[in-house]
Ligand binder design. Structure first.
Ligand code: NAD
Length: 264
């Protein structure tokens, strides 16, 4: 249907390439009739993000490094000048030193802990400070998290601690912004082979484990995440805020290895 998001304008942050979760979400929103703007980090990504945006009929492609306040101010100033009002925003951004996405959590350095929290957690709050001002008719915001926030996953380490903080910030943002009819939710996606995921140790093993042990006996795709994102970002999710929706083929309900799971 192209009417669900007709007349709605959304900012997609965190598109790196056509494997990105942000791409699955952008496609679902554009198919439903939304008008999109994209932010990208670093000049090197422009040659990828530019053509992808164009595929979805968007020519608003702006640089933004979320660790830099001036860069964030510039992004929102530009968007304000172009659009005035904003209906939705997608935060599909995370980062940590990949040397600490293996081995032991206890060995996390102070520097990488602070950087991981800044880029992967605080950035969503910093975005909402700015987006709030443009969401004059209400709005919907979405971030991406992982089950490693709730249970210990191999190698996820400091990123698990960051995702737990991100999930808590979703609740606090939902309360603060709810009075303005701005909804704030998260999707907890199952493992998907993306650029960011390739930094996590033994990621192939994690993918196999989820495929063999999730109730649906498969991994999820960026299209699966896109469809659920569309629900939360559109009027279909009008009564939902502060939620963490698991789009993980049901893996989060499983308590033990499936009896039919092959050896990995
Ligand atoms: P991805 O590599 O395609 O996207 C990560 C994005 O973060 C990139 O576009 C990168 O440019 C951006 N980014 C990093 N540092 C930035 C900064 N300082 N400023 C602006 N942008 C910055 O990988 P992805 O898997 O699509 O990741 C999107 C989100 O989904 C992340 O939050 C990730 O933790 C989350 N997630 C991923 C999985 C998975 O298995 N892939 C599962 C659950 C949650």
């Amino acid at each position: 249907s192209t009417s669900l998001m007709a007349g709605k304008r959304g900012l997609i942050m965190g598109l790196a390439n056509d494997k990105s979760i942000a791409w699955g979400i952008a496609k679902a929103c554009a198919d439903a009739g939304a008008e999109l703007a994209f932010s990208y980090q670093g000049e090197a990504l422009l040659k990828r993000v530019g053509p992808l945006a164009e595929q979805l009929g968007s020519n608003i492609v702006l640089p933004c490094d979320v660790s830099d306040e001036a860069s964030m101010d510039a992004l929102f100033a530009e968007l304000e000048a172009k659009w005035g009002k904003l209906d939705f925003v997608v935060h599909a951004i995370g980062f940590s030193d990949k040397n600490e996405l293996r081995g032991r959590y206890v060995d996390t350095t102070r520097g990488n802990f602070a950087m991981t929290m800044d880029i992967s957690v605080y950035s969503f709050t910093a975005i909402m400070q700015r987006a709030e001002k443009m969401m004059t008719e209400g709005g919907s915001a979405l971030t991406l998290t992982y089950y490693g926030a709730e249970q210990v996953m191999p190698h996820y380490n400091v990123m698990g601690v960051a995702k737990a903080a991100l999930e808590a910030s979703v609740m606090y943002l939902a309360e603060d912004l709810g009075k303005k009819n701005i909804r704030v939710n998260a999707i907890s996606a199952g493992p998907i082979k993306t650029l960011a995921a390739s930094g996590i140790g033994d990621f192939r093993y994690i993918m196999k484990w989820n495929e063999y042990n999730s109730p649906l006996r498969r991994n999820v795709t960026i299209e699966d995440v896109g469809k659920s994102a569309l629900y939360l970002l559109s009027d279909l999710g009008s009564g939902v805020t502060g939620e963490n929706l698991h789009v993980d083929a049901g893996y989060h309900v499983v308590g033990m290895k499936a009896v039919d799971a092959p050896d990995i």
